[in-house]
Design a protein around this ligand. Structure first.
Ligand SMILES: Cc1cc2nc3c(=O)[nH]c(=O)nc-3n(C[C@H](O)[C@H](O)[C@H](O)COP(=O)(O)OP(=O)(O)OC[C@H]3O[C@@H](n4cnc5c(N)ncnc54)[C@H](O)[C@@H]3O)c2cc1C
Length: 600
């Protein structure tokens, strides 16, 4: 069973040396968050996730959840972990102090978040969905709703859910059928059936606040007719405490591949009382406040699980003895060498390491843009950061989660047959991570978002902003050092190719919209690999510089440079195949008749 150890050294390297979070906080309105404050937060996060959360992961998978009289019974240890989480004030880490939060920057919250995902990913939507709901309520609800709900939600006394999906609609929410009728008292009566609602009905808190998408009687058809409602499990009494039950019921739990300890509920609203959040018919836009953050959260889910799979694989590969190293015995006193000596096992471990650490760098960089976009006093900086986030959200969501499957698959392979056996805990990670490619918008939908909304519709303005950042870095580090100079040059080359491919797809769209849409998934993958090249070049420059200055962390820094080289030599060339298939004629994809796909 992989036992989680927080990768504090790597997180600190990124936070202090590569990105200088303290400087970034000072520039954007968080001067109180100095390096002296950051380190204890990270250490406490590591303590909580390693000691309180990690021990609940395997048992949760074994026990799962079940329904008793409409209430979800959670696995042993979950109540204790939630209590410790709430007492540690982790739920409100990045929430506004106005409602009792700690008001720390989102990027620091994300570092905690990654650790929690590694320790127990199925448990995490309890707080990530709550934080998304808090953000949506804070941004769009009336003051009355904010005062009534946010303090308890921020404190972790109540949790939140996101209730969008219905049996006949997931990607296309414009089709939804849940209705909301106005009542005389200004509230609404909400009726409909939702499926796949995560963490509804749980037995950990005394209220659950659902953010529900529904249509008003005068709603226009399609996505422009959707409104957002706050629907509590229990209505609040005159003193603001949970009282009478609302007409909301969990009717069943889905049986599923992974996430056994995270209830996925079938959920019925039968004239439930709800309150409008934001403008009528503008619910999808309001929900996007929640979903954009949720998409970055899902990226960190995949990253966190990938980290744990990598740790498990490295430990195993150091101990498992099989055959001899090709160039002769490495441990002649042993019956065989540890498998970590074999080139193919090293390929798997370095693929995991380079992808996990590269994604961590890109994820934390994206989180700094979230800090600026949501909280900087500088309006221009906010606009720029929001534009960068708009581009990076589908890239992180799509790319990290695709890699999450790859990384956990490799984790199984390093264990050989034992990876397939439950007792080792590696197959759980593979099962659990699989959902990240599906929920919060499938990766097919992320790819369309990237090419259509973020690239074609903006006439590539968002990409140019990011490329400006990449090229600025390349200019400043053209002679950075023995190893990094070459990596910087290769980063410039891939940035130039990314730009050219974008032009080609944009030009092709003029004649045939199927051209960019057919290339959308490859384009998303390409963008991920290219963005990670920039991150790896940044890490290489920082590591090489640090090696010149002090030798205290020599082994770690040299390992960084080695991994950077591996990324450029062995992973980045995947862009060659993507570039070629991306600009291929659409005929081979689009001309086959639907019935020709399978002819028995
Ligand atoms: C474990 C789990 C937890 C979940 N939690 C929640 C939750 O808490 N709240 C909630 O509201 N929902 C939740 N969901 C629902 C999830 O977000 C949806 O399943 C997802 O958005 C996809 O919708 P769908 O299943 O209806 O698939 P569909 O929309 O039917 O898609 C089927 C396939 O068609 C593709 N596709 C559809 N349209 C297009 C297009 N225009 N172009 C290209 N490809 C397209 C999709 O990419 C996909 O591959 C959860 C689902 C699961 C399984």
């Amino acid at each position: 069973m992989p036992r989680y150890r927080a990768p504090l050294r790597d997180i600190r390297f990124l936070i202090h040396q590569v990105f200088d979070f303290a400087g970034h906080y000072a520039r954007h309105g968080h001067e109180e968050v100095t390096a002296d404050l950051i380190d204890p937060v990270l250490e406490e996060a590591a303590r909580f996730t390693e000691n309180e959360l990690d021990p609940t992961r395997t048992e949760g998978d074994e026990t799962g959840t079940h329904l008793e009289s409409g209430q979800v019974v959670t696995p042993p240890g979950y109540k204790k972990a939630w209590k410790a989480f709430v007492e540690g004030q982790w739920n409100g880490i990045s929430c506004s102090p106005e409602y009792g939060g700690q008001g720390l920057p989102h990027s620091l919250g994300m570092a905690f978040h990654e650790m929690a995902e590694s320790a127990n990913m199925p448990w995490c939507p309890l707080f990530t969905l709550s934080q998304g709901a808090i953000r949506a309520i804070e941004a769009h609800a009336s003051d009355e709703l904010k005062q009534a709900y946010l303090p308890k939600m921020v404190a972790g006394e109540w949790t939140g859910t996101m209730a969008l999906t219905e049996a006949h609609c997931g990607s296309d929410l414009g089709l939804l059928r849940t209705r909301a009728e106005p009542r005389d008292d200004g509230s609404y009566s909400v009726t409909g059936n939702k499926i796949f609602i995560t963490w509804a009905g749980q037995d950990l808190t005394d209220n659950i606040i659902h953010l529900v998408l529904a249509k008003l009687p005068d709603a226009p058809a399609g996505p422009k007719g959707i409104s957002l409602f706050l629907v509590p499990d229990r209505l609040l009494d005159d003193s603001g405490q949970p009282g009478e039950r609302n007409n909301v019921a969990v009717e069943a739990l889905e049986e599923k591949m992974g996430l056994k300890a995270s209830p996925t509920t079938v959920f019925r609203l039968d004239g439930a009382r709800g309150w409008l959040v934001g403008e009528p018919h503008r619910g999808l836009a309001a929900m996007f406040t929640m979903m954009n953050a949720a998409r970055l959260d899902v990226s960190f889910e995949a990253l966190g699980i990938g980290q744990l799979s990598h740790q498990g694989a490295v430990e195993y590969a150091r101990e498992r003895l099989q055959m001899r190293a090709p160039a002769g015995p490495r441990e002649p006193d042993q019956a065989a060498d540890p498998i970590i000596v074999h080139p193919d096992v090293r390929r798997m471990l370095l693929t995991q390491k380079s992808l996990v650490e590269g994604c961590r760098a890109l994820g934390l960089y994206a989180a700094t843009q979230l800090d600026i976009g949501l909280g900087s006093p500088d309006e221009q900086a906010r606009g720029r950061a929001n534009d960068l986030m708009a581009l990076l959200t589908p890239i992180c969501k799509g790319f990290f989660t695709e890699r999450g499957s790859e990384i956990t698959d490799l984790g199984i392979q390093v264990f050989g047959g034992h990876g397939y056996i439950r007792e080792w805990g590696m197959e759980q990670l593979y099962r659990d991570v699989r959902i990240t490619r599906i929920y919060e918008g499938t990766n097919g939908i992320q790819a369309i978002d990237l090419i259509k909304r973020k690239t074609l519709a903006s006439e590539r303005k968002l990409l140019d902003l990011f490329l400006e950042e990449v090229r600025g870095f390349c200019d400043a580090n053209a002679d950075a050092g023995e190893v990094s100079t070459e990596l910087v040059a290769r980063t410039r080359k891939v940035a130039d190719e990314w730009s050219e491919l974008t032009d080609r797809l944009m030009a092709a769209a003029g004649d045939d919209i199927n051209a960019p849409m057919s290339a959308a998934f490859e384009y998303l993958e390409y963008s991920g690999y290219a963005a990670l090249a920039w991150c790896w070049a940044r890490m290489a420059v920082t590591a090489e510089q640090a090696l010149k200055e002090d030798n205290a962390d020599r082994a770690f820094l040299e390992g960084k440079l080695q991994t950077a080289r591996f990324y450029f030599d062995r992973i980045l060339p995947r862009t060659r195949a993507l570039a070629e298939s991306m600009v291929a004629d659409t005929q081979s994809l689009m001309t086959m008749d639907d019935e020709q796909f399978f002819m028995p």
